[in-house]
Design a protein around this ligand. Structure first.
Ligand SMILES: Cc1cc2nc3c(=O)[nH]c(=O)nc-3n(C[C@H](O)[C@H](O)[C@H](O)COP(=O)(O)OP(=O)(O)OC[C@H]3O[C@@H](n4cnc5c(N)ncnc54)[C@H](O)[C@@H]3O)c2cc1C
Length: 418
């Protein structure tokens, strides 16, 4: 099915985009319209990974969007990436979501790391290592994933990782398990977070290390089924690591840097939201086109003349524009060491986008009616994909509310025990 609304989601004039943001969002929208939209049904129906899209993204540069220009990438900063990813989310949720895992491995090791503090020697090592990761992506078309989740409290930031990296001559030995590992069996490198075991034999969250494990390394296994409700093309099966040796050069971030990033650059966890921002826009666009009788392949029956439809669309518009405005503000103010208000706005924006995606899709189906949820149309896929947004750790919709409530009612250091 071809695209329904070719207009930019955040038009350059209205939202005062930079030239780079305008160019990148145009590239993603064109790619989405010409390529992603017509393939999306296949990945969803078969629950297969959109590898073909990744080959195309190597060709059009999007695979290296987060790689700095001096390393041959498109050099997007955080906001430029987020806006571009939202455009991708309009056309294929599974591609946008998995692409996010890949892009974060470059954004976090690149521009985001540059905002943090590292000793000169550690910085020089980091720069050497990341240049090899960047090279693989730009030259070889290598795909990186981000399997962090383990099924325990670690992915919510509430406990150390169960997956461990034991230092050994020239590298580490990795042991552990990652669940919901999107791109399993398709990524070339699994960018995992694990606890680096210290001389004492123990480790804490501060000892988190971010390592790119080659998919072909001995001891790496992909197990289990993948037959979920939505985001079926993400192929998020389980990964097992059994005594996997990785060399020092596999580190995506040196010891301590991930912990620093998670504490000082919290907007890094909003990067799962653009996919769902795109889904919000797609559900709205579909509804408009459907009620105007303009869906390709359907009889040109108009339903826009009914006041109930007009009211429902007005309601959808209010929800969509509110989510977009809040989200745009939150991604615009992302920075190291945000104020408490900026952090709270980021939690609010994440919560609103994830929940709005699900409610807009539900409203779209109710408004358009029975024929709109046939599998030949994209709306029912949007509806199922949208349901996954609120579940994405570490900033699930529930966790955002939990933190917002505490931050609103307590200042730093306050407790009720005095
Ligand atoms: C389509 C899809 C793709 C995914 N891809 C990836 C991926 O590539 N990489 C990856 O790492 N993960 C991925 N995930 C996993 C995702 O981020 C979550 O880890 C997963 O959904 C957790 O499910 P759970 O039931 O085990 O969560 P649980 O840990 O059982 O938590 C259930 C809920 O309880 C709440 N909760 C949990 N801990 C706390 C806490 N400490 N405080 C307050 N509330 C809490 C949260 O709201 C959470 O949603 C993906 C998930 C989906 C659905």
């Amino acid at each position: 099915m071809s695209a329904i609304n070719p207009k930019p989601m955040f038009d350059a004039k209205g939202w005062r985009l930079t030239e780079q943001e305008r160019d990148l969002t145009t590239l993603a929208r064109d790619f989405g319209e010409t390529t992603l939209a017509s393939r999306a049904h296949r990945w969803d129906q078969q629950a297969t990974f959109p590898l073909e899209n990744y080959h195309d993204m190597h060709g059009n540069g999007l695979l290296g969007i987060g790689v700095p220009k001096e390393h041959g990438g498109l050099g997007a900063d955080y906001r430029a990436y987020m806006l571009t990813a939202a455009e991708m989310g309009r056309f294929c949720g599974a591609t946008a979501l998995t692409w996010n895992m890949h892009v974060c491995s470059t954004l976090w090791t690149g521009p985001l790391s540059d905002d943090l503090d590292l000793e000169p020697d550690a910085l020089a090592d980091h720069q050497n290592r990341r240049s090899e990761h960047f090279r693989r992506i730009v030259e070889d078309g290598a795909i990186y994933s981000q399997p962090f989740s383990e099924g325990g409290a670690a992915a919510a930031g509430a406990a150390p990782w169960s997956t461990t990296a034991t230092p050994t001559d020239g590298g580490w030995i990795i042991n552990g398990k990652k669940i919901f590992a999107s791109l399993s069996g398709f990524a070339d490198y699994y960018g995992i977070l694990c606890g680096e075991i210290q001389e004492s034999g123990k480790y804490s969250r501060r000892d988190t290390i971010y390592i790119a494990v080659p998919a072909k390394a001995e001891g790496v296994k992909v197990v289990g089924e993948w037959d979920p409700l939505g985001m079926r093309g993400t192929v998020s099966r389980t990964l097992i690591f059994e005594d996997v040796f990785v060399p020092d050069s596999a580190a995506l971030m040196p010891h301590g840097l991930y912990f620093q990033a998670a504490s000082r650059w919290p907007h890094m966890f909003m990067t799962l939201s653009p996919t769902y921002m795109g889904i919000c826009q797609a559900a709205y666009d579909f509804t408009i086109a459907y009620l105007r009788g303009e869906i390709e392949g359907l009889p040109p029956v108009k339903r826009r003349q009914f006041p109930t439809k007009q009211l429902a669309v007005a309601d959808m518009n209010v929800k969509l524009e509110s989510a977009k405005a809040l989200w745009f503000q939150a991604i615009s103010e992302a920075c190291p060491d945000p104020t408490k208000e900026q952090l709270m706005r980021a939690y609010t924006a994440q919560h609103v986008v994830m929940e709005t995606a699900a409610s807009l899709c539900a409203l779209a189906i109710r408004t358009c009616g029975g024929q709109s949820m046939l599998k030949s149309l994209p709306l029912e896929r949007l509806y199922r994909d949208s349901r996954c947004g609120s579940l994405m750790l570490p900033w699930t919709a529930e966790i955002c509310l939990d933190r917002l409530g505490k931050l609103a009612l307590y200042e730093t250091g306050e407790s009720d025990d005095d």
